[in-house]
Write a protein that binds this ligand. Structure first.
Ligand SMILES: Cc1ncc(COP(=O)(O)O)c(C=O)c1O
Length: 353
């Protein structure tokens, strides 16, 4: 079975971890610091603070901005549960916003309608490898937390996603564009915010206890993988783009919606998500298609398990719901072999030509 995702673990990653093991310094140390510098340089930012996961990064980002009880935080409904959980953990109020179906990202005009004077931040996940419309979102005048868990290297109007917001968060979970097993990071151009994140991440040997401090430290073992992957990130993204063009060619003219790349954007294809508009009126039409691909030895997935408004039992998110019913993620990752790719292309042609 070709899995939906598989990390690109190569000799360089294994060597990097082995070196850390040989050093006997396996907790947070110099390699974490190097990884922080490397990621900050990637975004063109002065600094980053590594933590244990993307979810933890979102939570400490909110705490660093002093967001808590009574404050509202905007976020899209069509995304994994991590941003919602982070908002709930700091005691703030989530204000869900519908998406733009053509990009799967938060719809800036819906965000404007959801704004109230209590809004203290907006979490902007860049979904599936495509930057959200940051130019329009900046015009809302609310601090932006960019969630780059699914997008590294994408640009919008020449600006790199992740380099614009007051804070940026990353995830290095096993399936991500750059993986470390687990891990996350908060980056910013504001050193005082980064210092707050550091104090939230660890509490040892500090002159006073900082409210909310806990242990969210990354280990050098994880950072070693991240750092080794960072060196190959550009080649990973190149391979992803090449695969995406192959899939596009196989699907051209077959009546389904392939990933849109809006003018002024570049896509990095964390996911290759197609839409099947015919399924808009079915409750679970994707289930059968996923089953047919499985018979062909290919694991496709719904790219978002459940829209967040459904967890909160809210109505009024028609585009998130349509995405949930019609969007299908086809495996695309740099570790796909040429045989895997040929098998996927063959399956796409048989299913839809
Ligand atoms: C958009 C987004 N934000 C945050 C996260 C959370 O990252 P992690 O799994 O590292 O906690 C994810 C993970 O799937 C994600 O897709």
């Amino acid at each position: 079975m070709i899995p939906h995702s598989r990390p690109a673990i190569e000799t360089a990653d294994i060597r990097a971890v082995t070196e850390v093991l040989h050093s006997r310094r396996i907790a947070q140390g110099g390699v974490v610091e190097q990884f922080e510098h490397g990621m900050a340089a990637y975004f063109g930012l002065p600094g980053g603070v590594a933590v244990t996961s993307g979810t933890a990064a979102l939570e400490v980002a909110l705490r660093a901005l002093d967001i808590g009880s009574g404050d509202e935080v905007l976020l899209p409904s069509y995304v994994c549960a991590a941003p919602l959980l982070a908002i709930q953990r700091v005691g703030a109020i989530p204000r869900l916003v519908d998406i733009d179906l053509s990009s799967f990202n938060i719809d800036p005009s819906a965000a404007r309608q959801a704004l109230t004077p209590k809004a203290k931040a907006i979490i902007v996940p860049h979904l599936f490898g495509l930057s959200a419309d940051l130019t329009e979102l900046e015009a809302l005048g609310v601090p932006i937390i960019e969630d780059c868990a699914q997008t590294l290297g994408a640009t919008e109007q020449g600006r790199r996603a992740g380099s614009i917001g007051i804070l940026t968060v990353c995830s290095f979970y096993a399936t991500k564009l750059l993986c470390a097993g687990e891990g996350g990071m908060v980056l910013s151009r504001d050193e005082s915010l980064l210092e707050r994140v550091r104090r939230l991440r660890e509490y040892d040997e500090t002159p006073s206890l900082y409210p909310g401090s806990t242990n969210l430290k990354m280990t050098d073992l994880h950072a070693a993988i991240g750092l080794a992957q960072l060196e190959r990130l550009d080649s990973f993204l190149e391979r992803r783009r090449w695969l995406a063009e192959e899939y596009r060619a196989a699907l051209s003219g077959v009546g389904l919606v392939v990933p849109n790349v809006p003018t002024g954007h570049t896509h990095t294809y964390y996911r290759f998500v197609v839409r099947l508009p015919d399924l808009a009126s079915t409750a679970d039409g994707l289930h059968d298609i996923i089953g047919r691909f499985e018979v062909r030895g290919i694991q496709c997935r719904k790219p978002v398990f459940r829209s967040l408004h459904r967890y909160l039992e809210l109505d009024g998110f028609p585009f998130a719901e349509e995405a949930e019913r019609t969007a299908l993620s086809i495996p695309l990752f740099p570790a796909l072999t040429d045989e895997d790719t040929a098998q996927i292309l063959q399956a796409l042609r048989s299913e839809w030509s």
